[in-house]
Design a protein around this ligand. Structure first.
Ligand SMILES: *Cc1c(COP(=O)(O)O)cnc(C)c1O
Length: 391
């Protein structure tokens, strides 16, 4: 189906997987077979063994490839499985340039695992293109980006990095989990490998662990396909189906949540108990302009800083609506405490350098009514505001 004339919003529903070719079913069938009968002795069919491919996984892989504007997509058993498998494109002696604000699991993979296989790395502040240019080495093979980054929503100039990478003949990987193709399509900006934790916004209901990778280049697609099959961390068919179902409502979920996130970001900015707000949709955010030129929106994740750990504890204990948990991108709002959750393993000094103080909270906005959420925060913040002198 040539559906490029439709917007992404429509294509999420009306794509080639809209109906099943054999039965007309309007939901992709879950095909459980682990092996496939070959009708001809000397000519094998499209499927042979389910690690290499299944019709259900194919539906998800082709859907995400189409949405990201790639040629091929790959589904993995988790975001980390997608990221780790993509790292297998590197060889001993290669160097990896990576954002210092990288997701904790990726940090662990690079520092604890890849280093043992002779793959070097340098962490840099990727909000500054000069830092990237200065740290590219002769053997740099991959520049790894995450924008907006976690949890302080730092912005990297994707086109700027791609230009530097191309000049040095190295690949660019981008973790697009926070944005999804609804808000940011890195392949269109020249990035080589787009990675996702589909556990988050893509599936959207906090009920499935999954990862995706998408590429445009045919050779890269072939290489990554072989690695997916070799490493074998593929996504099971039920989970493929859950991601496919979640994807159908991606646009409406993100639009609504982003709108609420903006309202809350503005509310926090004006609140005297909040020291700082991190949201790329605020014009005061240092990366706002760059982000605007490479995306369609600021997304549904924001962070804000209170005075200290005590204030955080009081506010969290007085909140009714959000769940207090790790993860993001669900229909329910999720409030996380980076200092004790995602960045607990990081030495305090390193954390503080990244703006992750003991007063920082991250909020992934869900589908609740914006005014209810604001009221909930307002009441919880009231418990730490009493006694504060208003100037
Ligand atoms: C959650 C997350 C990951 C890891 O994905 P899993 O599905 O948990 O393995 C990677 N990157 C980002 C930005 C994430 O939020």
């Amino acid at each position: 189906m040539n559906n490029q004339k439709w917007t992404l919003e429509t294509r999420l529903i009306h794509n080639q997987w809209k109906t099943d070719g054999t039965t007309g079913a309007v939901s992709v069938p879950i095909q459980h077979a682990s092996t496939f009968h070959q009708a001809s002795f000397d000519q094998f069919g499209e499927y042979d063994y389910s690690r290499s491919g299944t019709p259900t996984r194919k539906a998800l892989e082709e859907t995400i490839a189409e949405l990201e504007g790639g040629t091929r997509g790959f589904a993995f058993s988790s975001g980390m499985a997608a990221i780790s498998t993509a790292f297998l494109l590197l060889s001993q002696g290669d160097h990896l340039l990576i954002t210092k604000d990288v997701y904790g699991g990726t940090y662990r993979m690079v520092t604890n695992v890849l280093s043992r296989y002779g793959i070097e790395h340098t962490f840099v502040d990727m909000t500054d293109l000069n830092q990237i240019a200065l740290n590219i080495k002769e053997n740099t093979k991959v520049i790894y980006l995450e924008t907006p980054s976690n949890p302080t929503l730092g912005i990297t100039d994707v086109r700027g990095v791609v230009k530097l990478a191309k000049a040095h003949g190295c690949l660019t990987f981008l973790d697009n989990t926070f944005m999804t193709p609804a808000l940011q399509r890195p392949l269109e900006l020249g990035v080589d490998v787009v990675l996702h934790s589909a556990t988050k916004f893509l599936s959207g209901h906090s009920d499935v662990l999954s990862g995706l990778a998408v590429v445009k280049d045919e050779k890269l697609a072939e290489d990554l396909g072989k690695l997916q099959n070799s490493f074998g961390a593929v996504l099971g068919v039920h989970d493929c189906w859950l991601v496919l179902r979640g994807l159908k409502t991606l646009q409406v979920r993100l639009e609504k949540a982003s709108k609420t996130a903006r309202q809350l970001a503005e509310f926090f900015t004006k609140h005297h108990a909040v020291k700082q707000v991190y949201y790329p949709g605020l014009s005061s955010h240092p990366g706002a302009q760059v982000h605007k030129h490479q995306s369609n929106g600021a997304g549904a994740v924001l962070s804000f800083e209170l005075a200290d750990a005590e204030a955080v504890k009081k506010v969290v204990e007085n909140m009714t609506i959000p769940v207090f948990a790790v993860s993001l991108g669900g229909v329910e709002s999720i409030l996380s405490y980076p200092a004790k959750m995602s960045h607990a393993a990081m030495p305090k000094e390193e954390r503080l350098k990244r703006g992750i103080s003991d007063g920082l909270l991250r909020l992934s906005v869900g589908m609740e009514h914006a005014d209810d959420l604001q009221k909930d925060f307002s009441e919880a913040l009231q418990t730490i505001s009493e006694g504060v002198v208003h100037l």
